[in-house]
Design a protein around this ligand. Structure first.
Ligand code: FNR
Length: 181
């Protein structure tokens, strides 16, 4: 099974990037996770959507060929970061590559709420007609105080969070298989 991951933070030391990298390594025997470079996508412009930049074509084709998507994102000002919204806006147009795509959401923030507000809005965005993704019901992975749960080498070290991720990933895999039956 092939999953593509996008991360809502593009900073070098991003905890959410580290979470995505941890999941890629941790689940490598179960699923192939490829992290896509949405930071290379320019600002969405409707004038260019029929002839998009190569990076947009490339990322869209990888999403289209995948069995599902993983979105790992922080919360910015009670919402999703602009870089993530920008990428989804591109994906929602012309060939609409997220249509019926199974999506699992994970988020980490420094605060106690662990991206609750961002994820609520993200689920709403994923339900917009141009996106029409299939978001895994329930199974909300909110990782609060994320800075205390990742060590210096970037590994997730908080056992209850690892166990919960294991459970949710297993449900996501089963759900994808059942949806494709
Ligand atoms: C934040 N942060 C934040 N945290 C939160 O829980 N709710 C919020 O609304 C915000 N808003 C916000 C806005 C902006 C512009 C920044 C830069 C940060 C804090 C945020 O959760 C924290 O910086 C995370 O570490 C960011 O994720 P990465 O970059 O480590 O993946």
């Amino acid at each position: 099974m092939k999953i593509v991951a996008i991360v809502g933070s593009i900073r070098e030391d991003s905890y959410n990037k580290k979470l995505a990298s941890f999941m890629k390594e941790h689940f490598k025997n179960r699923v192939e996770i490829a992290i896509l470079p949405i930071e290379e996508i320019p600002m969405y412009n409707q004038d260019n959507e029929l002839m998009p930049p190569d990076i947009v074509k490339d990322i869209k084709s990888k999403i289209a060929a995948s069995d599902g998507m993983l979105i790992v994102t922080p919360e910015y000002n009670h919402s999703i970061p602009g870089v993530l919204k920008n990428a989804i806006d591109w994906f929602s147009r012309v060939d609409k590559v997220m249509h019926n795509k199974p999506v699992m959401i994970v988020g980490g923030s420094g605060g106690a709420l662990g991206t609750v507000r961002a994820q609520m809005q993200l689920r709403q965005i994923l339900n917009a007609p141009g996106v029409s993704a299939l978001t895994l019901p329930g199974n909300e992975v909110f990782i609060g105080s994320v800075h205390e749960k990742i060590d210096e080498s970037g590994d997730l070290i908080h056992e209850p969070t690892i166990e919960f991720l294991d459970t949710v990933m297993e449900k996501f895999m089963d759900w994808i298989q059942n949806n494709n039956k």
